[in-house]
Write a protein that binds this ligand. Structure first.
Ligand code: AMP
Length: 508
């Protein structure tokens, strides 16, 4: 998952973009980057790590200009450790373009070949985002009128991108000399919003993955970018918008509401927080229906994203709600995590149980979702160690059984605890006394309740239905093979890092 931002402003964009990236940090912690446009020059700084670690004062000073884009990255395609794959990406022709992408192209490999053979463009990384940038560049080149570019040609180029690219893409880009371009794939799988700030000099526009960035940067929410739509803001602050596809149909990713987005964001007219409250209500009704005789003394959320669902579930069932786990807010990332054993340890470092809330009680733990099951297993054990009599477990989302190919780092089927297992088997695996999952229809109703206009959701990790229609079992096998190869490389890198650490420690 990634977070993107773009701004056309009347004052320097660097601090605003930095602050915006910090608000979107939950969407990606592996790399960060900012590009600004200053006269004829594009300034770019990017690197691996958290926003606060990537940018130093000298980098910020160099990011001159009132227009810019920014990106935080969580690797979903390409390689996590290669800092050449941090974004934004730059291409010098035509005009000079920098681009940031959230999502994942499902036909990147074919496009890469096409770009090389037909368009004579070389893509230098394994990143699908660099492929996307080159497709956009080629389309801009073929649609521009000689040396000039206007809004019509830019929108024609985006139509060309929609015709060639499959998968999920929310995009911000600067075209040197022209302005800021943003667009969303024809299903609107990943979120994108526009905000405005009215100043005496004119309107400033901010494009962001989530509305929380508009709130915190003082921009007024204008609207979501529609699926298939493109937005262009020129350097004079004029806004142009156009629907660039005849086949657009909004189907936002439902996992944004379950886990990814911040609760204070509103995505496609749906408050993430409100949808999570409804998830709790639906789950409470199912629980009352299928567990009429189960005695629960206390509902305990697993911090943080399950809290609204857990609270509303407890309210609806008239059961006590208590915080039972304390999260260490200051924990850094565990940089060398070769296997599950390290992950287990990192759960314990992140969360600790308050004995008083568990001792002698039948507890219902509520989480937003169960993915690998590692967290749940560890937390159930923590509850038992803290003296719980019975440990019941509720997931505000249905079982995650299929990989995500649209930009969420959702493991291969072999790593997903729910693939090939019944609910009873999963319950045994995580060591709970009973386990209840949200039904998919109830999850969809929870989200739709806040905006009934949304007919469809991208919910492939739950139902295996891939909305772009191009995902075959062979494709999934290939992605999974790529994942394990990537992992092997990553652990080789980690081993190298461990070796380097050991060497520097011994030379001290
Ligand atoms: P686990 O079952 O051990 O994989 O952990 C599941 C928990 O991790 C969920 O309750 C979420 O809070 C969080 N989570 C869900 N999806 C992801 C993801 N793609 N990457 C990282 N964390 C996730």
């Amino acid at each position: 998952m990634c977070g993107i931002l773009g701004v056309v402003s009347y004052s320097p964009a660097n601090q605003l973009l930095y602050d915006g990236l910090q608000v979107l940090q939950h969407r990606g912690q592996d790399a960060a980057g900012i590009a600004t446009m200053d006269g004829d020059t594009i300034h770019l700084h990017k690197g691996n790590g958290l926003v606060r670690d990537v940018f130093r004062t000298r980098n910020m000073r160099a990011l001159q200009g009132n227009t810019g884009i920014a990106h935080v990255r969580y690797p979903t395609a390409g390689s996590a450790v290669d800092h050449n794959e941090a974004q934004p990406f730059y291409v010098n022709s035509p005009f000079g373009i920098v681009l940031g992408h959230n999502g994942n192209l499902t036909n990147a490999e074919e496009l890469k070949k096409q770009l090389f053979v037909q368009d004579l463009r070389h893509v230098n990384t394994n990143s699908d985002s660099e492929v996307l940038l080159n497709v956009l560049a080629h389309e801009l080149q073929s649609k521009s009128k000689g040396l000039r570019l206007d809004a019509d040609s830019i929108f024609a180029a985006v139509s060309g991108v929609h015709q060639r690219c499959r998968g999920a893409y929310a995009v911000v880009a600067i075209i040197a000399g022209y302005g800021l371009l943003a667009f969303r794939d024809i299903y609107g799988i990943r979120p994108l919003v526009i905000g405005v700030n009215e100043t005496p000099e004119g309107n400033e526009y901010l494009i962001a993955s989530e509305s929380v960035a508009l709130d915190t940067l003082g921009f007024k929410f204008l609207r979501d970018v529609a699926p298939g739509e493109a937005v262009f803001v020129d350097f004079q602050g004029r806004l142009y918008t156009r629907q660039c596809s005849d086949n657009a149909q909004l189907s936002p990713c439902i996992f944004e509401y379950v886990y990814f987005s911040r609760p204070d964001s509103v995505i496609d007219g749906i408050s993430v927080h409100e949808s999570r409250l409804y998830m709790g209500e639906y789950l409470a009704d199912k629980l009352a229906r299928i567990w009429p005789d189960v005695k629960i003394d206390v509902v305990i959320p697993i911090p943080d994203s399950s809290r609204p669902s857990a609270l509303q579930l407890a309210n609806r069932l008239n059961i006590l709600f208590r915080e039972g786990f304390v999260k260490n807010r200051y924990i850094g990332r565990t940089f060398i995590m070769p296997g599950q054993a390290m992950r287990k340890k990192s759960v314990r470092q992140k969360l600790n149980a308050i004995g008083l809330e568990f001792k002698g009680k039948n507890v219902l733990l509520v989480d937003d979702s169960i993915v690998r099951g590692t967290t749940s297993r560890e937390i159930v054990q923590m509850a038992r160690d803290a003296g719980a009599l019975k440990v019941y477990f509720a997931s505000a989302a249905p079982p995650v059984r299929y990989p995500n190919v649209y930009g969420i780092d959702m493991p291969s089927r072999a790593e997903l605890i729910a693939t090939g297992r019944t609910d009873e088997e999963i319950c045994r695996e995580i060591g709970a006394d009973a386990l209840i999952y949200q039904d998919l229809e109830d999850l969809k109703s929870s989200v739709r309740k806040a905006n009934p206009a949304i007919a469809e959701f991208e919910a492939s990790c739950f139902d295996g239905i891939y909305i772009t229609g191009d995902i075959t079992p062979a494709y999934l096998d290939k992605v999974e093979r790529g994942r394990s190869a990537g992992k092997a490389n990553k652990s080789a890198d980690d081993d190298q890092m461990e070796l380097e650490l050991a060497m520097s420690a011994s030379s001290m």
